[in-house]
Design a protein around this ligand. Structure first.
Ligand SMILES: Cc1cc2nc3c(=O)[nH]c(=O)nc-3n(C[C@H](O)[C@H](O)[C@H](O)COP(=O)(O)OP(=O)(O)OC[C@H]3O[C@@H](n4cnc5c(N)ncnc54)[C@H](O)[C@@H]3O)c2cc1C
Length: 439
């Protein structure tokens, strides 16, 4: 057993106590049964690469993280006839997507987190910027190989099994995903045509998203509040029509960006750079600029260190609001942010269509808001929590923080999920905190 320092992505520099992590190879995973019988092996949580912003994959000090030890990409096999791929769950999404693209295929849905594992993407039922067309990651899973905590053995589960839908969006409570068979899509180009349109109000932003969804393969929006003013930008992208060699963005510019975020004190960044950054990001209309597919799907690859903008630690929260309430709610959030002087740079807005069956997935269609701010704004936190609880809007579990969150009233399956977690002795910092709340 190994003790390593684990921290959630948003806790950039806060001190976390060492957590115990057990590494299992795919072959060794059946030994888990023996471990489960040992009394000291009380409770655990499967972990991927700890890319969740919250603490859903951080074990408590009396528990263990269970992690698959590394598989290799070179063993991947594509089923070209059925457009499917079987992938070990510990591989990261960036590497598998890169491999697929080299075969003119791609995953329909990918999150912006390059290091997220396939297991983490299924368990958190992650979303991309094409939820209006392709739903979430779980909608494209055919088969899962799972070490079931309940059955103490490895099972292969498919769409006809309840356990399948409890594992998608189940946040690790049913067992350890060992591998999965996933549907992939053929591509006819390696770039997108991207346009960006500045907007000056929440209403305009939502209207533009909805008016353009049918014509776009990817669509989303960002907003910021600076000097109590709203800045927004809708981004819309369509697949290109051929394959082209692409230029990597300038290494020099990436280094400069990294240095700005890393070496300047957050207060200084806030005071001197926030307005400048907002001006640079939100001012321009861009029409049909070509962007390579990998750069579009993983924009943070060339913006390393961006999270330092928020200082020592920050909160990223995401919640889903029904479309007919989204403009009102958006206005309320913007008003709250302005009132509390919130510095947010690239808070995101996405559109979801269709329904999903995963246990704690965003089940219905709606507009999701992902907002980021420094943890110091506890008054804003408190008021936002009140609003979310009052309206019963679900908040994404991968982004719920221990200290500053809304209890997930919005999920109809919350009790089933929580009971499964308790029965299967799941022990994460987030679950402990939810347990205290439900008592
Ligand atoms: C920079 C950044 C950008 C992001 N962008 C997006 C985005 O665009 N869309 C989005 O939806 N999310 C996004 N996220 C969140 C991230 O994609 C999810 O939290 C994802 O689950 C992280 O994967 P992971 O492998 O690191 O899992 P972890 O964070 O380690 O775990 C997440 C959950 O999955 C469970 N889990 C992990 N591996 C397994 C397994 N093998 N078997 C069973 N359960 C398992 C854990 O128990 C936990 O509940 C982003 C995160 C970051 C840091």
């Amino acid at each position: 057993m190994q003790k390593i320092k684990l921290k959630s992505f948003a806790q950039a520099k806060t001190n976390t106590k060492k957590s115990s992590v057990l590494f299992f190879s795919r072959k060794q995973i059946s030994n888990l049964e023996k471990f489960q019988r040992i009394d000291s092996f009380k409770s655990y949580i499967p972990i991927g690469n700890n890319q969740s912003y919250g603490r859903i994959s951080i074990p408590n000090n009396d528990g263990f993280g269970i992690k698959l030890s590394s598989s290799k990409e070179n063993n991947l096999k594509i089923d070209f006839e059925n457009n499917r791929i079987n992938v070990p769950a510990d591989l990261n999404i960036f590497n598998v997507q890169k491999y697929l693209i080299s075969h003119q295929l791609h995953f329909p849905v990918v999150p912006g987190a390059m290091k997220a594992t396939i297991g983490g993407c299924i368990a958190a039922d992650v979303h991309g910027k094409n939820g209006h067309k392709y739903g979430s990651f779980g909608d494209h899973v055919e088969k899962i190989e799972l070490y079931s905590f309940q059955h103490n053995k490895i099972l292969t589960i498919t769409k006809k099994d309840d356990l399948f839908y409890q594992t998608i969006g189940g946040f690790g409570v049913t067992g350890i995903i060992i591998s999965a068979t996933l549907n992939v899509i053929k591509i006819h180009s390696n770039f997108f045509y991207c346009s960006e349109f500045p907007v000056s109000s929440p209403k305009e932003l939502i209207k533009l998203l909805i008016e353009n969804e049918n014509e776009c393969d990817d669509i989303g929006a960002w907003f910021s509040i600076s000097n109590k003013m709203f800045y927004g930008k809708v981004y819309a992208a369509k697949w290109g029509d051929c394959f082209e060699s692409s230029k990597e963005p300038s290494f020099f510019i990436s280094i400069v960006k990294y240095m700005i975020f890393t070496f300047f004190k957050p207060m200084l960044v806030k005071l001197l750079f926030h307005h400048l950054l907002v001006y640079l990001i939100y001012r321009k209309t861009i029409i049909s600029k070509k962007i390579n597919v990998m750069n579009l799907m993983f924009p943070l690859k060339y913006n390393q260190g961006w999270e330092k903008f928020y200082g020592c630690s920050f909160v990223e929260r995401q919640f889903l609001v029904p479309i007919n309430q989204s403009i009102d709610f958006f206005n309320q959030i913007v008003h709250l942010m302005a009132k509390h002087n919130i510095y947010t740079l690239l808070s995101g807005v996405k559109l979801f269509r269709g329904n999903r069956l995963g246990l704690m997935s965003f089940a219905n269609e709606g507009i999701s808001f992902s907002i980021q701010y420094s943890t110091k704004n506890s008054k804003f936190d408190h008021e936002l929590n009140k609003l979310l609880v009052l309206n019963g809007f679900p908040e994404y579990l991968a982004k719920i923080q221990e200290v500053s969150s809304n209890f997930p009233f919005g999920y109809k399956n919350f009790n089933t999920w929580f009971n499964l977690a308790t029965e299967n002795k799941i022990n994460s910092k987030l679950l402990k905190w939810l347990g205290v709340l439900t008592r």
